[in-house]
Design a protein around this ligand. Structure first.
Ligand SMILES: NC(=O)c1ccc[n+]([C@@H]2O[C@H](COP(=O)([O-])OP(=O)(O)OC[C@H]3O[C@@H](n4cnc5c(N)ncnc54)[C@H](OP(=O)(O)O)[C@@H]3O)[C@@H](O)[C@H]2O)c1
Length: 333
């Protein structure tokens, strides 16, 4: 392992920081996600190189969850090691998020959003991450059975106990999220951020008003899977490369996603990006960031080079009305 010395120009080399809702927090326009590329299918030194490249580029926000792996917990363990080895001096420069509510351990308390699960899960996460508190703790999904007040009060108590500085909600239906914003505000622990999937292929948060209601509530919005797990890139235009997600870690993105209609759509978006003088991945990220309600975009990267390439979206040209219409047309055909 080489000794790591952080890039001294990490905050002046181009990253922009956006205010998260009506809070005191600034998040980098690009954040790094740990869902893939930080478990046992990826060599540890490759994961370490991605984290170093991210921090050196001014990416101060890392997005994790209890169950990110494989095996569940592996991504938190890896980051815990890197924090210890490389970044312990930089802890206060980092904004570290984790989550609970997806399946984590056996038995009735290993999942969902009860007080029992969320409290135990966060304690486990802190041990794996080797830190005393996380900056942001999310309820990772909406639980149809646990009373909302039980989940929300647990989030409040977690902040009051000093185990998390801020609270977030992920994948909650709009009405439940709105109830949550109000409950949390009344408890003086306002919801910092809503995390949802927003990308060119999945505009549900826009269409269902999740983005606008978060904005009105003073809550930030962060987009996950902004490249649709790699579909919104040139990765699959000429087959399935051996080192791609579909080939080497197809837990969630499978080859059957590459239908002829999907490949045509990707090809046409790729042509439009080329006309703008950029890669499809760059255009796809820039499209998300052009929405004023969006605080940050959580990218996944399987190599440091890929991560660095995606920084180009910070300098993308503004979209013309004609380009936006062309995008709409491509997506509706
Ligand atoms: N809240 C939730 O429920 C939830 C759900 C999902 C994800 N998330 C968060 O969102 C983060 C990002 O999700 P994601 O990994 O699906 O994001 P993504 O950015 O849509 O996909 C990332 C993948 O796309 C490929 N890629 C990235 N840049 C590329 C480029 N320039 N050219 C070609 N291929 C490129 C890489 O896959 P290859 O392996 O093919 O190189 C990379 O691992 C996760 O890590 C997690 O933190 C949250």
């Amino acid at each position: 392992m080489t000794i790591y010395s952080a890039n001294p120009a990490r905050y002046t080399s181009g990253m922009s920081y956006r205010r998260c809702g009506r809070s005191g927090v600034l998040l980098p326009a690009l954040s790094l996600g740990f869902w893939h590329n930080f478990g046992c299918v990826t060599p540890e030194e490759q994961s370490r190189a991605i984290v170093r490249a991210a921090f050196d580029a001014g990416i101060t926000h890392f997005d994790l969850a209890n169950n990110y792996g494989p095996e569940p917990g592996a991504a938190e363990e890896r980051l815990g090691k890197f924090l210890h080895d490389d970044l312990s001096r930089h802890r206060d420069e980092l904004f570290i998020a984790t989550k609970a509510a997806y399946d984590m351990w056996d038995g009735p308390y290993g999942s969902w959003a009860s007080r029992k699960h969320m409290m135990a899960s966060l304690d486990q996460s802190l041990r794996r991450l080797r830190i005393d508190y996380v900056d942001l703790f999310y309820c990772h999904r909406y639980d149809h059975e646990t009373p909302l007040d039980e989940t929300l009060q647990t989030l409040v108590d977690i902040v009051r106990a000093g185990k998390a500085l801020y609270i977030g909600l992920s994948r909650w239906p709009k009405e439940a999220a709105q109830y949550g914003y109000q409950y949390l505000r009344e408890q003086h622990v306002p919801c910092l951020i809503y995390q949802g999937r927003l990308n060119l292929f999945d505009q549900q948060p826009l269409n269902e008003g999740i983005l606008s209601t978060a904005y009105e509530a003073g809550t930030g919005f962060i987009s996950f899977s902004p490249l649709a797990q790699g579909l919104l890139t040139d990765r699959y235009l000429h087959g399935i490369p051996a080192d791609s997600r579909i080939a080497h870690d197809p837990r969630f993105l499978k080859a059957d996603a590459l239908t002829p209609a999907m490949l045509t759509r990707i090809g046409r978006l790729n042509d439009l990006a080329a006309q703008r003088g950029e890669a499809l991945a760059t255009m796809a990220l820039a499209w998300i960031l052009h929405h004023k309600e969006v605080t940050s975009v959580i990218i996944g990267a399987s190599s440091p080079e890929q991560l660095r390439r995606n920084l180009a979206c910070l300098n993308s040209p503004a979209f013309t009305a004609e380009e936006l219409l062309t995008i709409e047309k491509i997506l509706s055909e």
